[in-house]
Design a binder for this molecule. Structure first.
Ligand SMILES: [Zn+2]
Length: 232
């Protein structure tokens, strides 16, 4: 899958950790595959508390470029109580600031709480992953210094408002992702997503922003390297 992506022109990928075990797997993959870097994280839907000591040690690995996925999920059924999620997010944000790593933030139904948590951590930088909100929220996260990352969702014709956000987002704050195996582009609904399909989103975004795919690719690489500094 990584080879297919590299052949398609997707030459750098970050694989996310959702708990300690899968963060370890992400780091292992990043050591085996030149095109892959790792993020170490604790998904908000996880029930067991994060092992902060072990995650902190793992996050110091040279192939780790971010703390993620972390965030708040107030919509998914059966997630831990809000205050528990909030306390864990605070711990993960503290770790990111301590290690000077960016965070990749998952948000479902918790934009206000996440914005306050970001504002409460001086020096925190990062990206709102799978951004799907309206311009008012985009503006708020941009003001907090965050990047916005767009996925296959923007290729769904019904997503007019989101397409507007893609057009308005400052060029130096825009990132693209697949969120694979989830979040497929409209034309591939029902098929598991994979990194190579980033091109579906990139093609539409370049059209929306009135630039060539090559220009967008150059901008995206520069943005990714500016945020994920260890991804050299
Ligand atoms: Zn997510």
């Amino acid at each position: 899958m990584v080879e297919t992506a590299v052949r398609a022109g997707v030459t750098r990928m970050i694989t996310m950790g959702v708990d300690l075990e899968r963060s370890r797997t992400a780091v292992l993959l990043a050591h085996r595959l030149d095109a892959v870097w790792a993020a170490v994280g604790h998904y908000p839907g996880e029930h067991a508390p994060p092992d902060m000591k072990a995650l902190g040690e793992l996050a110091r690995d040279t192939r780790v470029v971010a703390i993620g996925e972390v965030g708040l999920d107030f919509e998914e059924h059966g997630t831990p109580p809000r205050d528990v999620q909030g306390e864990r997010l605070h711990q993960m944000f503290e770790l990111a600031v301590e290690l000077d790593l960016p965070v990749s933030v998952h948000n479902r139904g918790a934009a206000a709480e996440i914005a306050s948590a970001i504002a409460a951590h001086r020096g925190l930088r990062g990206v709102m992953h799978y951004f799907a909100l309206e311009w008012d929220w985009a503006e708020r996260f941009l003001e907090l210094g965050f990047y916005l990352s767009f996925a296959g969702l923007v290729t769904r014709p019904s997503r007019h408002a989101l397409r507007g956000v893609v057009k308005q987002c400052p060029a130096d704050r825009l990132l693209l992702e697949t969120d694979s195996p989830y979040g497929n582009a409209h034309k591939r609904m029902g098929v598991p997503n994979q990194p190579a399909y980033l091109l579906d989103t990139a093609e539409l975004v370049s059209e929306l922003r009135g630039m060539s795919l090559e220009e967008l690719a150059a901008q995206e690489s520069a943005n990714a390297l500016a945020l994920f500094r260890n991804m050299k």
